[in-house]
Design a protein. Structure first.
Length: 269
């Protein structure tokens, strides 16, 4: 029984498009009644979803979530390291990569500039406050709405005079991130330090990752629109494709769909 379920999951995950029962018979060699019975079990537990009126099947949201959120940090870092290095090279500021997992956002990798004559900021690895850090805001804005509430503390900490702790103002800022597609932490954790982050979107899960830069406010703020965002956005799409094992074009389609949905929700709010 378990081996048949695994066979079907492997066949569905390896297909380039939603698969029919007839195609699954060809791919696995299993009898049609066996496939119907086992696929029904996979649909019931959320590992497989029915599409096209129930005639074809794709991996379910629950399975996708387990597969991506369960990826080790080392696997994620290996997938996105080239993109982070590209950001550091083009922007000449510390670059970070963050992920959502178990109700929190962590910075899991940091790349610093190699120029010994230039000062830079090192933010440290580990958990980030969702109400104040750009990496967490970028994730919170585009992640599944059911997950978003887990990220915010009932009594958020005020780090500086710039930290927003009022829940209504936090909601308003997240709506702005949804509209504009990027998040900023402008002296909200440490005065004089600014970070910018964009979401790294994953099909059907939203942004469970983000990528960004951090540095002195005097260097970052004036360059956000013209210099930083074009680079971050381009590398976020490449990172999305690498993590999902798809092409950049497919990642762009995913990103456009998720952003459009978030912007629509923001307008409703």
């Amino acid at each position: 029984m378990q081996e048949r379920l695994i066979q079907l999951l492997e066949a569905i995950s390896g297909a380039s498009s939603p698969v029919s029962v007839r195609r699954l018979v060809e791919m696995t060699g299993l009898p049609k009644p066996t496939i119907y019975r086992n696929v029904a079990s996979l649909v019931e537990c959320g590992f497989v979803d029915e599409v096209e009126g129930g005639n074809r099947y794709v991996l379910g949201l629950r399975f996708v979530k387990i597969a991506l959120i369960g990826k080790s940090d080392s696997h994620v870092i290996n997938a996105v390291s080239a993109m982070m290095q590209k950001v550091v090279k083009e922007i000449c500021e510390t670059t970070f990569f963050a992920r959502y997992r178990a109700g929190r956002v962590d910075l899991i990798e940091i790349e610093t500039p190699s120029d010994p004559t230039m000062s830079y900021i090192y933010p440290g690895l580990g958990g980030r406050p969702s109400h104040a850090c750009s990496s967490a805001k970028a994730i919170a804005a585009f992640i599944e709405p059911s997950v978003r509430e887990e990220l915010f503390d009932a009594s958020p900490i005020r780090f500086t005079r710039n930290t927003i702790t009022d829940s209504k103002k936090i909601e308003k800022e997240i709506a702005q991130v949804q509209r504009y597609g990027y998040a900023v932490c402008d002296g909200e954790i440490d005065e004089g330090i600014t970070s910018v982050a964009v979401p790294v979107n994953v099909e059907r899960l939203g942004s469970i990752f983000s990528i960004g830069v951090v540095g002195p406010s005097a260097r970052i703020t004036q360059n956000i629109q013209n210099r930083i965002l074009p680079v971050l956005t381009a590398q976020a799409l490449r990172a999305s494709a690498a993590l999902q094992h798809c092409t950049v074009v497919e990642a762009e389609t995913t990103n456009a769909s998720i952003v459009a949905e978030a912007q629509f929700s923001a307008r409703l709010d």
